[in-house]
Ligand binder design. Sequence first.
Ligand code: FAD
Ligand code: SF4
Length: 289
Amino acid sequence: MGMELGKYKTCVSARSTDKEILKKAQDGGIVTSLFVYALENGIIDGAIVSGQGDRPWKARPYIATTKEELLAARGTKYNISPQISWLKEATRSYGFDKLGIVGVCCQMQALRKAQLYPVGMRDVPDKVALAIGIFCMENFPYKSIQQLVEDHAGQKMQAVKKMEIGKGKFWVTTERGNTIALPLKITHKYEQPGCHVCLDYVSNLGDISTGSVGSPDGWSTVFVRTKKGEETWNKAVGAGLFETKPIEQVKPGLELVTKLANEKITKNKKHIEERATFGVNKGLRNPYI
Ligand code: FAD
Ligand code: SF4
């Protein structure tokens, strides 16, 4: 096992057995089903999720304390959602002892940093009961996603039913059933610049991490990484929440996940070196070496 997939105990392909959740889930409904299970079984008091903000498809982090609020966050919003901004609030104002949180790889890193060095985060370290990391190749500012949908795909934001990156394209599907596929060559220019120095693809620091890559359409690839993650995952599978298949038995499987992780790491390492050459981002080098 190389380091590009992080440490994990098990990896499977899975899909929720809850038809209602699947209706609007991005992939196999792993995130929402796990949080609903965790909430209903006292594993978490609530979870920091990302729902819709004040504009169509604008990501907005909030604390969900009911099944309805968890379901309202289904689906991927391809723009920055400041999940960590609620971390302190969740333990203080909400008084949660058992917090759930979902976020992309860099947010899992920020979460673990807050737990390890809790400067200004005194109440946080031991209160995170379930951190679900999602795979992430890149993210976009809201304005970029608006330009991609409106200018390049020619659709109104409020008419969009789903956005998806997969099979080398950025897919926009409308409520009326139109599908527009933009080549990633177009989307690259719009990416958040910070993503070009990011070296994690599969949320190495989640208790559980999940994404679509590696599994068939409608299914998810799931890495169970920590003891906490394993306990919750095993209970949820035991309770019939997920159909699972060994990852070795699905196509394209871990080979593709590994390939994409390596591509991201190689490409972004090059960016880091380039930036260092130009004297920007010196902070990314360890000053103690
Ligand atoms: P659902 O049950 O549909 O729940 C989705 C959860 O994601 C919700 O709880 C919601 O709170 C959360 N969420 C939605 N938008 C955001 C956001 N912007 N930031 C933080 N949390 C959010 N998967 C891949 O396989 N390859 C990729 O390259 C890849 N890139 C991604 C890039 C971004 C910016 C994001 C947000 C996701 C990416 N994913 C990628 C993950 C994938 O799109 C799904 O989010 C993941 O498979 C979970 O699907 P699900 O059906 O289990 O989740
Ligand atoms: Fe964060 Fe990395 Fe995804 Fe950018 S590519 S949003 S830095 S995890």
